[in-house]
Design a protein around this ligand. Structure first.
Ligand code: FAD
Length: 558
């Protein structure tokens, strides 16, 4: 049998993992990878840390070289080779060697497209002025570093508060550059819900970062030794450097040239084996649309983990045992970002997204557990939100922010979501425990227990957005000293320990909103009151959620 000739377009996350897996499956195949840029298999996720001098050596970003691919895998890597067109009927691609200018065609038996996505540069006045950068490649990071050095940059503006924008904010701040983040939405990190993002806002502001939320950039102008960033509000910010991180779009030109089906979201359509609408062409990574594990809707989820897994799956389906197809399970947008010591992580759907798609059959709970046993030194609070189906308790999404232990919990929930687990499974999850790492009831167990309590009628939860501070009957069961410090304007303070003796003070003809600081004491209070015939709700997330909620409500007013 004639050996299969596999061509791969794009030599980074999805493309490189596909090519290497293909070789492990088939010694006889001819494998060529075309990469437009000068490097193959580089760590694009590490670029913000290279700019921030955490990664000191540029070479450390090069995960594998063309020589390594040749020597270890017998794969022909052609860097600085741009694939211009795909002729699907002829099973050929047209390539340009960008060094010599030579244009040639290459035949394939199987073609894998992994061209990634590209950063969006909105068509604003002045968008191409010197000093305005996107961060996507090693040359991009080099240019930013050079600009910072040569212009002695003291002030920077980051436009867009997603994870690349925030990682750059951290890097610039650590370099001593006064950084302003401009975000069009009312909150940073679009994967979070606004009240959760508010914790991040506080943290960044405390770390010296200036935030301009609900702010749209309308133009850039060149000033004397500076760049003016014009906002829709009419304000102007003067800066030395602009980093644009306002989102990405899938690269689909080659797929279009091949006549491949483009999906409803604008990404390349693929089946669950990563095969496109052409039987000889597969596509992976940022360029494709994927099925959301939770909602089953198509989405664009540009992340490194899915790209790598999809690359491997495409190779498995091209070279592996055909009787056992390898299926991509879909993606759930599990992501983590660290900013100035705070970790923000999420998996599955956010409440915002559920509202957008009109799904209402869900419930949510908030909790603020410690990352490990409170008695062990340096315990840190994690603020956690769990979203689950009302009907059967299936876990739909989770978000967490905190200084330690955040991503470990989100990873557990991510696996639970992938396995279709419920909050009752989280209650029972058996997880690592020693005082320095966790608690005998891990935050994941606690989240499951609180959620299960709400579903099985042990306690009714109430949420911050439904509470009318001026009209509802609010019972604060904290200690008087805590109450004195701050409380809801019309709250009645009856500490939990005295509650059983003061039931006569409570109304029987209206609903009581019980709360404490995090929600635990008020849960106990709810159990007491419920068993004495009161109609009562536990304010999920307690008073600890309130500074964030207030900040968010303030923002919405502006
Ligand atoms: P890429 O890895 O981008 O590779 C595509 C390659 O194809 C590019 O090198 C491009 O030059 C090449 N190419 C395109 N068109 C052609 C053509 N016509 N001919 C030849 N070559 C072509 N994800 C995370 O999950 N976690 C993170 O922390 C994270 N951090 C990131 C930080 C930065 C700064 C960036 C830029 C991305 C980050 N990502 C992160 C996203 C992650 O890197 C991408 O999701 C992943 O690399 C996508 O893999 P891919 O193979 O689809 O595309």
């Amino acid at each position: 049998m004639k050996p299969i000739k596999l061509l791969v377009v794009g030599g980074v996350a999805g493309g490189a993992s596909c090519a290497a897996r293909a070789r492990r499956l088939c010694e006889q195949a001819e494998i060529i990878v075309f990469e437009r840029g000068p490097y193959v298999s580089f760590a694009n996720c590490g670029l913000p840390y290279y700019v921030g001098k955490v990664i000191k050596n540029e070479d450390d970003l090069l995960v594998a070289s063309p020589e390594l691919f040749k020597n270890r895998f017998n794969i022909d890597i052609r860097t600085c080779h741009n694939v211009r067109q795909v002729f699907a009927r002829e099973k050929e691609i047209e390539v340009q060697d960008m060094n010599s200018g030579r244009i040639y065609r290459e035949k394939y038996d199987a073609l894998v497209l992994s061209p990634g996505s590209e950063p969006i540069r909105p068509p604003l006045e002045g968008i191409n002025l010197p000093g305005i950068f996107t961060l996507w490649t090693i040359p991009d990071s080099r240019a930013i570093i050079q600009w910072i050095k040569s212009k002695r940059v003291k002030r920077a503006v980051v436009v867009g508060g997603g994870f690349i924008g925030l990682e750059m904010t951290e890097s610039l701040t650590r370099l001593g550059i006064q950084t302003t983040v401009i975000e069009m939405q009312p909150h940073l990190m679009p994967s979070l819900d606004p009240e959760m993002a508010a914790f991040l806002h506080d943290h960044l502001t405390a770390g010296g970062v200036e935030l301009r939320l609900n702010s749209a950039v309308t133009a850039f102008r060149s000033g004397k030794d500076s760049i003016s960033v014009l906002l829709a509000s009419g304000q102007t910010i003067s800066t030395d450097l602009v980093i644009l991180s306002v989102g990405v779009r899938p690269r689909t030109e080659l797929a279009v040239s091949a006549g491949l089906r483009i999906g409803e979201t604008g990404g390349i359509w693929v089946d669950d084996q990563m095969r496109t609408s052409d039987e000889n062409i597969w596509a992976v990574g940022d360029a494709v649309e994927v099925e959301d594990v939770v909602t089953k809707l198509k989405r664009l989820i540009p992340l490194a983990g899915p790209a790598n897994r999809q690359g491997r799956i495409a190779a498995d389906n091209i070279f592996g045992d055909k009787s056992r197809p390898h299926r991509f399970r879909g993606s759930q947008a599990t992501a983590v970002c660290g900013v100035l010591g705070m970790t923000v992580a999420s998996t599955g759907v956010s409440e915002k997204y559920l509202k957008k798609i009109g799904q209402t059959d869900y419930e949510k709970i908030y909790l603020h557990p410690d990352n490990h046993a409170a008695y062990y030194p340096d315990a840190k609070t994690i603020t956690f939100k769990l979203i689950f189906a009302k009907a059967d308790g299936r876990v739909l999404g989770a978000q967490a922010v905190g200084l330690d232990g955040v991503e470990k919990r989100i990873d557990v929930i991510a696996m639970a979501i992938q396995m279709g687990a419920t909050v009752f499974d989280l209650e029972e999850a058996e997880l690592c425990y020693a005082p320095q790492y966790g608690s005998a009831k891990d935050p994941v167990n606690l989240a499951g227990m609180i959620a299960a309590n709400t579903l099985n009628g042990q306690v009714a939860v109430g949420h911050w957005h439904d509470l009318s501070e001026s009209e509802d009957y609010v019972l604060d069961v904290r200690e008087p000293e805590e109450f004195e410090e701050d409380h809801f304007p019309k709250a009645v303070n009856i500490p939990l320990e005295t509650l059983r003796f003061r039931l006569s003070e409570l109304p029987r003809n209206r609903e009581i909103w019980a709360h404490c600081f995090v929600g635990q004491r008020s849960y106990y209070a709810c159990r007491i009151l419920q068993q004495h015939g009161f109609k009562v709700k536990n304010l999920s997330g307690g008073f600890q959620l309130y500074p964030a909620v207030k900040a968010y409500k303030e923002l919405l007013k502006n």
